[in-house]
Design a protein around this ligand. Structure first.
Ligand code: PLP
Length: 472
């Protein structure tokens, strides 16, 4: 493609992007295509001759767009959001134009030093101890894996890196039964064995029970298993339950365990000082992760990983073949040694744009609004006889179910709510997902999409109530 053609296409694509964002409400939130429908429209072989870009673009709108679920739709109430925002999008345009691969300081000094500064800002913005150092990872799953690998290496005095896992006593990891599946994945990958992951019981608010944690640690010690690490969650995926960090931290200290804090979604709420109670006890932890790519208006992927001991992190991952040696040596950060990947995208730019363009106060106002929307929704649910809340609502996620009079069989209730979910999502006018809480099927409504309004939540809730009553 000639540059003149690129310029013409890029201008019209920017118009397409702005139109999309302006009219995203007109799309069905959840893609309505059937499995295989899209694949059938794509030729089995690539073109041997060049195709005009206009033709490719026409296929994008005709074939690809119907198969897109619209995460930036204000009525995307599913999962946790993957929020973008205009300043973040603009940064991504520049990042891909520069196409820099930022594995070391020398391969783009600005990327490294901007990351250093922005992560220092971000740590302060969410109230982390000032001596903690941040580095951007692609996802929370990767950050958690980094944490568990670092814990393993520190505990073994880096012997596992050197000689493998041979001969040592099994190492156990502890988390609540509500913890995200990425913890189990990390335990498997770190070679610790899924059998050595202890899923600790939770209380009525779905937060980890400290006494049960301590009992599990003691039981392992009695059997010659070495307790390695606890993962505390602030904002579980199911219901945003908050594990009691200080108490968990004290237990970890007493028994010599590493403590990782997974605040993938909830970390953004720490922008608000009145939510900092969630990190009471953070000084007892070793590592912390949260995802600006979930709730902080920064395009996927961008996961903020903070550590107390950078030396242990770097010693775990550092590897220095001849071709990567640079003259600056230890005077600079070479982020290739701060995680799994060698090659790294320039992710700090979008965070910088977002923080500067909204300002901390602007970000705080948006997050506060989302939390208020959830509180209002929870109040509305409480007022209806045929709906019930299934968990506390500390942040911007409301878990509930339809429970009409006379339907008390648990299986029937689950089935009814499953049908309700399908009916609501089938309209294309909103998108909800579900979880299981204390064994019951629960609908989750997340009021944290960048552009969600009170009217969106109100209309979405109205649709749920109408669909529910039509089912019975
Ligand atoms: N931790 C929690 C609590 C989550 O809810 C999620 C994803 O929703 C993750 C970790 C994994 O996040 P990522 O997709 O960034 O790996």
């Amino acid at each position: 493609m000639e540059l003149s053609e690129f310029r013409r296409q890029a201008h019209s694509l920017v118009d397409w992007m702005a139109d999309y964002l302006e009219h995203v409400r007109d799309y069905p939130v959840k893609s309505q295509v059937q499995p295989g429908e899209l694949l059938a429209q794509l030729p089995e072989s690539p073109p041997s001759e060049a195709e005009p870009f206009d033709v490719v673009l026409a296929d994008f709108t005709d074939i690809i767009m119907p198969g897109i679920t619209h995460w930036q739709h204000p009525r995307f109430f599913a999962y946790f959001p993957a929020n973008s925002s205009p300043p973040s999008l603009l940064a991504e345009m520049l990042t891909s134009t520069l196409g820099a691969q930022c594995m070391s300081w020398q391969t783009s000094p600005a990327a490294t030093e901007l990351e250093e500064r922005v992560m220092q800002w971000l740590g302060g913005m969410i109230g982390l101890p000032p001596e903690w150092i941040g580095v951007i990872q692609d996802t929370a799953s990767t950050a958690t894996l980094c944490s568990i690998l670092t814990a393993r290496e520190k505990r073994s005095e880096f012997a596992v890196n050197r000689s493998g896992l041979t001969g040592s006593a099994p190492l156990a990891v502890y988390c609540s039964s509500e913890t995200h599946s990425s913890i189990e994945k990390a335990v498997k990958i770190a070679g610790l064995g899924r059998e050595h992951l202890r899923k600790i019981d939770v209380d009525n608010a779905f937060a980890l029970k400290p006494n049960a944690l301590e009992a599990a640690i003691r039981a392992d010690q009695d059997q010659g298993i070495t307790p390695l690490c606890t993962v505390a969650t602030l904002g579980t995926t199911g219901s945003t339950a908050i594990d009691p960090l200080r108490r968990v931290g004290e237990i970890c200290r007493e028994h010599g365990l590493w403590l990782h804090v997974d605040a993938a979604f909830a970390g953004t709420a720490l922008l608000l000082e009145d939510f900092r109670w969630m990190i009471d006890g953070i000084e007892l932890a070793d590592t912390f992760v949260f995802n600006p790519h979930k709730w902080m208006f920064t395009n996927f992927d961008c996961s903020a990983y903070f550590v107390r001991d950078t030396e242990a992190l770097v010693r775990t991952f550092e590897i220095l073949p001849e071709y990567l040696k640079t003259a600056e040596g230890s005077r600079v950060n070479n982020y290739r040694d701060w995680g799994l990947q060698l090659g790294r995208r320039f992710r700090a730019l979008k965070l910088w744009f977002v923080i500067r363009n909204y300002g901390v106060a602007g970000l705080q106002a948006m997050v506060r609004r989302h939390i208020t929307l959830a509180q209002h929704l929870a109040n509305e649910i409480e007022q209806l006889d045929d709906f019930e809340l299934l968990a506390p609502v500390p942040l911007a996620v409301v878990c509930f179910r339809f429970h009409p009079a006379g339907v008390d069989d648990p299986t029937e209730l689950d089935r009814l709510n499953e049908s309700l979910l399908e009916a609501v999502n089938g309209t294309g006018r909103m998108y909800l997902t579900h979880t299981k809480l204390a064994g019951s099927y629960a609908l989750r409504m997340v009021t944290a999409q960048t552009n969600v309004s009170e009217e969106d939540v109100h209309a979405g809730w109205g649709l749920i109530v109408r669909a529910a009553r039509e089912l019975t």
